[in-house]
Design a protein around this ligand. Structure first.
Ligand code: NPW
Ligand code: K
Length: 491
């Protein structure tokens, strides 16, 4: 997967390996620590020029080492600085020990710190090396600081946030700013970590980009360059079939709106043709509500199989308002050699026997994008969902591997994962996107991308991004209808 450093997501374990590779290439690790600490000094002075006192809380590892460098930089800039330490600094090792010995001012234990008005806290307790829940004294300190309302600048990560998962290990600082190094980590963008980082600044401390890129895995922050080449330029010779024919299956008489939302979104997102396939009972309702979108009567599996002989039908959306049960299962299984978005009721219909779907997809060799929210994910992948040791990214990756489908694991921090291990975290969705029909719109956009021939992973990540951008453009108070009108051109 292509990338630039801003869009890499590097796990703490990968970062450790990158550090090692940097040292092996001859880069002085203390220089990296000094660059890191001084970046924090600069950020603190820039954001809080009127601070009465900078309070630097230093932990037992290299995050603490960055803190001692930052403290010295602040003191040399003429600021009032107080240092409080966790553990015995005499036991620090390597670069952190050197940073401590370079700090010539006083230091008191963290238990002595009482936040005062005018304080700015520099959090250098734990960063990438947080490996377990915080001890009680640190939890109480964090709670005191958060309750006091004094601003906090975190070094690398707010202490208490697990850099791999974004989970809170007992407690975590709610920070105004977080300064991290070389590339963001999953914990900066997965919830709840994301909500505690404040503004995130990624600072280059001097590890060559080639070493960072070589050590990075397959995680990225979602961005348009990831689907470059699949953008919107239409050749002058195009015609509607080349732009792709999307089919959306409607539910029964009382539940037809969701499918029409998906269909309208698919048309707005660029599908050349869109057909709502509907049972006889809902045919009239659908026909009376649709204009540019076509209607086709498909009552059961036999008609569907016959219709599928038309290879111009490029992609299918099954699930929005469709109803849970055998009909959904039969239709999905019939589509396992095509390009299918399985959403909502389509997912839940396989709750009791998900293996049937996964085996059919492996055999059929089609492309499937599944779009579960938390509840649907747990229905289809109960063991993966219940594994508290896994991050949301790792859960999506495990589900994609098990199902052979691209998984769009929805939420405010939507993660998309492919069976080959690629994964992105999306960060452009505003909170007001969580509204009735929003998921139906997303399914339709994915379907439009599949219809024009995009591979499933690119189709999914581009759709999630366009959906988020549409939400931002439509603004608070959006409805599914205004969301469709705000879908931006594919970039
Ligand atoms: N290239 C880069 O990005 C650079 C990164 N740099 C910086 O290095 C930081 C990573 O440093 P790090 O590996 O020493 O880890 P760090 O977070 O200081 O903590 C480890 C210590 O905490 C302890 N400990 C862990 N959990 C605990 C708990 N719950 N409760 C209590 N103790 C706990 C753990 O103890 P142990 O598990 O070994 O018993 C160990 O003593 C990184 O975040 C960045 O700031 C820069 O200096 C330069 C280049
Ligand atoms: K920290």
């Amino acid at each position: 997967m292509r990338s630039d450093l801003q869009h890499l997501l590097i796990t703490p374990a990968e970062m450790t390996a990158i550090d090692r590779a940097a040292a092996q290439s001859g880069i002085d690790s203390f220089t990296l620590m000094r660059n890191a600490g001084l970046a924090v000094t600069a950020a603190a002075l820039r954001h809080f020029p009127d601070a009465r006192r900078f309070v630097v809380l230093c932990g037992p590892g290299n995050n603490g080492g960055d803190g001692y460098i930052a403290a010295r930089g602040l003191a040399e800039s003429g600021a009032d600085v107080a240092v409080f330490v966790l553990g015995d600094p005499a036991r620090l090792q390597g670069d952190a020990a050197r940073a401590w010995s370079d700090w010539s001012g006083p230091a008191a234990p963290i238990s002595a710190f009482e936040p005062q008005a005018g304080d700015v806290v520099i959090d250098a307790l734990f960063g990438a090396g947080l490996s377990r829940d915080l001890p009680d004294d640190v939890v109480h300190l964090i709670e005191r600081v958060n309750a006091s309302g004094v601003p906090v600048v975190a070094i690398d990560l707010p202490s208490g946030i697990d850099g791999r998962t974004g989970e809170i290990r007992g407690a975590a600082f709610a920070t105004r700013h977080t300064v991290t190094f070389m590339a963001p980590k999953p914990g900066h963008w997965l919830l709840p970590g994301r909500s505690l980082c404040g503004t995130l600044k990624v600072f280059d401390i001097g590890i060559p980009a080639r070493i960072v890129s070589a050590g990075a895995g397959s995680l990225r922050l979602n961005a348009p360059f990831l689907w470059a080449g699949w953008g919107g330029d239409l050749a002058a010779s195009t015609h509607k079939f080349k732009r792709g024919h999307l089919v959306v299956f409607s539910g029964d008489r009382q539940a037809t709106g969701a499918a029409r939302l998906s269909a309208a979104a698919g048309l707005a997102a660029g599908a050349g043709l869109v057909t709502v396939a509907t049972g006889k009972a809902a045919l009239g309702i659908n026909a009376s509500h649709l204009t540019a979108v076509m209607v086709k009567e498909i009552d059961g599996s036999r008609e569907l199989t016959k219709w599928l002989q038309d290879q111009r039908l490029g992609s299918f959306v099954l699930g929005p308002g469709f109803g849970i049960g055998k009909k959904a299962r039969d239709f999905a299984l019939a589509l396992c050699d095509r390009s299918l978005v399985l959403d909502a009721d389509g997912i839940t219909s396989f709750q009791t026997n998900p293996g049937e779907l996964f085996a059919a997809l492996a055999k059929g060799g089609g492309q499937m994008v599944m779009t579960p929210h938390d509840g649907e994910f747990a229905r289809l992948f109960p063991e993966i969902a219940g594994d508290d040791g896994l991050s949301k990214i790792e859960k999506a990756q495990a589900a994609a591997r098990a199902s052979h489908a691209v998984i769009v694991y929805k939420g405010a921090d939507t993660v998309v994962a492919a069976p080959d291990g690629r994964a992105v975290v999306n960060n452009n969705a505003p909170p007001w996107l969580a509204t009735a029909g929003s998921g139906d719109v997303l399914a339709g956009i994915v379907g439009a991308h599949l219809a024009k021939g995009m591979p499933a992973f690119e189709a999914a990540i581009a759709a999630v991004w366009r959906h988020g951008a549409a939400g931002a453009k439509a603004g608070p108070g959006l409805t599914a209808e205004t969301l469709i009108g705000a879908i931006p051109p594919i970039s």
